[in-house]
Design a protein around this ligand. Sequence first.
Ligand code: G1P
Ligand code: ZN
Length: 543
Amino acid sequence: MTIMTIPTKPIEGQKPGTSGLRKKTRVFMGPHYLENYLQATWDGIGGVAGKTLVLGGDGRHFNDRAAQVMLRMAAASGAKKVIVGQNALLSTPAASHLIRKRKADGGIILSASHNPGGPDGDFGVKYNVANGGPAPEGVTEKIFAATTTITEYKIVEAQDIDLATIGTSHLLDTEIEVVDPVADYQDLMEQLFDFPAIKALFAGGFRVSFDAMHAITGPYAKAILEDTLGAAPGSVTNGVPLPDFGQGHPDPNPIWARDLMQTMFADDAPDFGAASDGDGDRNMIVGRGIYVTPSDSLAAIAANASHVKAYAGGLKGVARSMPTSRALDRVAESLGIDCYETPTGWKFFGNLLDAGRATICGEESAGTGSDHVREKDGLWAVLFWINMLAARKISVAALMAEHWKTFGRNYYSRHDYEAVDSVAAQALVDDLRKRLPDLPGTTAAGLSVESADEFAYDDPVDGSRSEGQGLRFTLDGGGRIVLRLSGTGTEGATLRVYLERVETDADRMHDDPQEALAGIIAAAEALAGIKQRTGRDKPDVIT
Ligand code: G1P
Ligand code: ZN
């Protein structure tokens, strides 16, 4: 086995976005593309010599090849050890847990999350740091800088490592330990939740339908829900991970998890439905005949945490990303705890969790999690809900009705305009930004604008500042609009428009969200001229 030093040149566009570097799979498979980025990652983090790393991915097309490249490059640069999930699989939360549990220096997660997979789909590489969370901006900037100056990379010439067999082997001096991807994660869940109570619930006939969307959570959900907790066989659907996710779009929302929605709105619907995404960090919660928005789910989780084993002692604080609805703020206020507002992306929660300022965090994009790991965690949210329902002996619909009665209902929706011309999308945002100072006091579609600004975040723990995190507008009557461009897309630009309005009149809490938000939607159009500027007459995806 020899270490080869391969000359290379910088490749343009290797800038990590909201969550690592994401590109078309074919781009990642192109000459030197992955190798350049991995070498830049090693260089950006000060080398991997003597370090221990975790490696795993969501099983999408190219996952297996990329894992072999990573191992050969980690060995070539002198890594002490790499802990790999069997067959190079690990859900994102399981990877985060493994980094923490084994006190690794960091980890590489191969995933493009909820983006479709396959040779024509997307691929991604994300570096997580020693706390188990996504690398903060200071680190991703160094990685990016290294991609622009790279001249060579190091790789071992070797046969493929056997990743199918659990056990330890060596590549040069680097120890490669292949581990069961589920076991440690399952242990953690058992510490957090009241498994006996959930077992009793299932034994009593409680029915659940979990759609793993042919993605990574299948084996985790089967092992935990069916094999351990006793949910009926077949409760987990689409449970076998496939490299192209069965040609599906592994994004757990009412559009892409349509089958689950149908199951949950049928006459004989199960008591509880859920889904998770490509890499297992997102979740979708559905009750019989009721879809729970991620923002409402986050608020309900915080409000009911005292009923759930590991959280019964109280929450230190909570945090949500800025575009996430303010339903959580109302719960925090009633609990007398802090509620932090952070930019979009899980990496911004890391410091708050590490510093013990927040226990539970969430994003409107189907991400919920706690201080048990440093990623959002799909199955965790599902188990939290089931534990909560078991403890409270209540249905999802009844729990949400009670929640809205107590705290008011934050009607919420996100409208996405996908693959928009990048120049047009940037111009929309830039022009609106210029008008921000003039907008307060004016009206938009009959609603008066109370405030208009661009969100910037000063991290209360390390003092770092992140600017340009979305344009936001508050309207009289408790309405709010946020506009921002996605940082995870791989084609053109995606414009996200987040719409919110609080309803405190109990008689009006069961309207259709799109109808309840009609005035806010019209105001967003009036403010930003979305139709004309994007050339679209309606959003591509409404969640
Ligand atoms: C999207 C979501 C964001 C989430 C991220 C990674 O990012 O909006 O909340 O953290 O995916 O899952 P965006 O495409 O909006 O930049
Ligand atoms: Zn994901």
